[in-house]
Ligand binder design. Structure first.
Ligand SMILES: *[C@@H]1O[C@H](CO)[C@@H](O)[C@H](O)[C@H]1NC(C)=O
Ligand SMILES: *[C@@H]1O[C@H](CO)[C@@H](O)[C@H](O)[C@H]1NC(C)=O
Ligand SMILES: *[C@@H]1O[C@H](CO)[C@@H](O)[C@H](O)[C@H]1NC(C)=O
Ligand SMILES: *[C@@H]1O[C@H](CO)[C@@H](O)[C@H](O)[C@H]1NC(C)=O
Ligand SMILES: *[C@@H]1O[C@H](CO)[C@@H](O)[C@H](O)[C@H]1NC(C)=O
Length: 424
């Protein structure tokens, strides 16, 4: 029992009380809720015991001023973040982390998304558990534990880059990710971000992609003498053909960018240089136009990319890859070869960065994972993934604090024995 924080218990009790009060239909209904919540309570305890960790729940803050600039979630609700204050010698340092969660690429998928936690703060959890790179514990997060840590909630469907509104008789959809980013920054600047000494912009998946599009403008908001760097976790989405030789994901991203009016918010130097400017949405093209120091954390067999870029369902209608998709040990030699080809293409796309960037860092491991900085098990734990004996937290720390060069590339699957979390 000692492992659940008092704060969490209090929150749970309030939740129980408010649900009981709002239920008019008597004792049995109330009892059912109580039973349900006790069950929920017990099930949330279990992993906590296994990991012997405390939950660290941080409350949501709605950005009230966002309405003035139409900086709204898909459904028109206010955008939000969760802020856990820094302390000690970290009180002037800021870590901002973009939440991930895919994209919507047409009206239908965006309309559906607007009715979920991916497109509306109304449906989101109002408390978030701060783990891994967001943890406030020195032993779990040695580099950043005492910084101001902020999770930016994702509700626009285009990695915080859109700027358009769709309206017809029945609906309005806000494609306002760029404005949401601006509104959150403007909300945080007077709270101390404007005087930051050190700052790191991070994010995972669609949030990792968002870091590429906001890294340099993040730096512009901060004092010129601040140390500003960016970290993409599982955001290095590769412009790669699928197994049926179609550029499925290129088309997908193109649709996202066009639908949401995101072209205007791409890096101008990139869009001017490329014949197909929409490709600048892909990190491999945008990266060389970014001047702020970068760290690229990614698996070379990123599970999302494997399942959606390399082998999207449309390219494997007969399901030859179904078993392999769930368990790499079940892949045929041909399938493993295809996956090795994907890894080599990712390394090739990263080669200019690896060779030329003197301020950059990277950690490209060979675990079948997607997002490794937010989970304690993969970020920093006794048995977390390593390259050359270094955990991800150590590699990122060495790079951020300029302790050592930090460009780690793992050997190919299945050589790495520290990957204990193959495909969730
Ligand atoms: C508006 O909604 C109604 C009922 O759901 C539907 O029949 C109609 O086609 C919709 N109109 C537009 C313009 O989408
Ligand atoms: C940056 O400048 C401010 C104001 O001049 C000063 O207080 C602060 O110590 C400086 N920070 C760094 C990291 O040099
Ligand atoms: C484009 O490149 C020029 C010259 O290197 C630089 O001054 C400018 O800041 C860059 N613009 C963007 C949006 O990165
Ligand atoms: C590949 O793309 C072409 C052209 O867009 C399309 O006709 C075809 O159905 C696609 N094939 C698969 C397997 O998705
Ligand atoms: C720097 O990294 C190299 C290679 O990972 C390692 O051998 C060396 O001990 C590190 N140096 C320090 C000061 O941590």
């Amino acid at each position: 029992m000692g492992c659940v924080k008092h704060k969490y218990l209090t929150h749970l009790n309030i939740y129980l009380v408010s649900i009981s009060n709002s239920t008019p239909s008597g004792f049995f209904v109330k009892m059912n809720f109580v039973v349900a919540f006790v069950f929920l309570y017990l099930t949330t305890l279990a992993p906590c015991h296994v990991r012997s960790q405390q939950r660290h729940l941080i409350k949501m803050t709605l950005v009230r001023n966002a309405r003035a600039t139409n900086a709204l979630c898909l459904d028109g609700s206010l955008p939000a973040y969760h802020l856990d204050r820094g302390f000690g010698d970290g009180k002037d340092n800021w870590l901002l982390q973009f939440e991930g969660g895919g994209w919507c690429n047409d009206l239908k998928s965006c309309l559906e998304r607007a009715k979920t936690r991916r497109g509306s703060t109304s449906y989101m959890s109002k408390f978030e558990d701060f783990n891994g790179i967001l943890s406030n514990s020195a032993t779990l997060n040695p580099g950043f534990y005492n910084w101001n840590r902020v999770k930016l909630r994702y509700c626009d469907g285009a990695s915080f880059t859109g700027d358009a509104v769709f309206t017809d008789k029945n609906t309005t959809l806000y494609f306002k990710g760029q404005k949401i980013w601006d509104a959150i920054i403007r909300d945080l600047l007077p709270q101390g971000l404007g005087k930051a000494q050190k700052a790191l912009l991070s994010g995972c998946s669609a949030g990792g992609l968002a870091t590429f599009h906001h890294c340099d403008d993040f730096a512009k908001y901060l004092p010129t003498n601040a140390t500003v760097k960016c970290l993409s976790d599982a955001g290095f989405f590769l412009d790669e053909r699928d197994i049926s030789l179609n550029y499925t994901f290129r088309l997908f991203f193109k649709n996202v960018v066009q639908l949401q009016g995101a072209e205007q918010n791409q890096n101008k130097n990139c869009t001017m240089a490329l014949k197909s400017p929409e490709l600048c949405f892909f990190p491999q093209y945008a990266l060389s136009y970014i001047s702020t120091p970068y760290f690229i954390l990614n698996s070379a067999y990123d599970v999302f990319q494997f399942h959606n870029i390399l082998v999207p369902p449309s390219a494997d209608l007969r399901g030859y890859w179904n078993r392999c998709k769930l368990n790499p040990a079940a892949c045929t030699p041909d399938q493993i070869n295809t996956l090795q080809g994907f890894r080599l293409d990712m390394l090739a796309a990263l080669k200019p960065f690896n060779t030329n960037s003197r301020t950059g860092g990277m950690f490209i491991n060979s675990c079948f994972a997607h997002c490794q900085s937010e989970l304690q098990e993969t970020w920093f734990a006794a048995d977390s993934p390593r390259i050359n004996k270094k955990t991800i937290a150590e590699a990122v720390g060495d790079w951020y604090f300029s302790r050592n060069t930090s460009k780690e590339i793992d050997c190919a699957y299945p050589c790495d024995s520290t990957c204990h979390n193959l495909i969730p």
